[in-house]
Design a protein around this ligand. Sequence first.
Ligand code: FES
Length: 160
Amino acid sequence: MSDKLQFVVDSALSPLDITIRSQRQTKVYRTLPDTCFVTIHEMQSFDTDPPGNPEPSERSLTFPVCFATALPPGTCRRFALPNGEELAIYNVNGEYYATDNFCPHRGAALSDGAVTGHIVECSWHGWRFDVRTGECLTVTEKLRTYEVMVSEGMLLVEVS
Ligand code: FES
């Protein structure tokens, strides 16, 4: 059985609070003023597998990031996962990409770097990365990349 998700902005709480409704339950994600980041919890309750099915050995989790309108073309934002890892989410002319946020050189936040087309340049020492593939154009290094989807105006990132 599919479980359709619905994203709702509850202006009575805050324009940045997000309510996610499914057939089984409703969860509210509250945000701090003047930020688009939300508090993230694993979405285990949205599992649509019938009881008794074997668990896959490696699960992917989907996290709501922010409304797509909060990430204009040519910009990048950091996004913190519940386990403390961080992603950088990019909007390149309406196409969305995600990579690890920390530069493999000395750990600078790539979300603080300059985005030009599909290339992000680290703000500390200038290493350049293609956000589509994670390939470093400066040295032989690679960032992990993640799939970004848009659902009802909301950016979702899939992490496995
Ligand atoms: S920390 Fe990114 S290039 Fe040095």
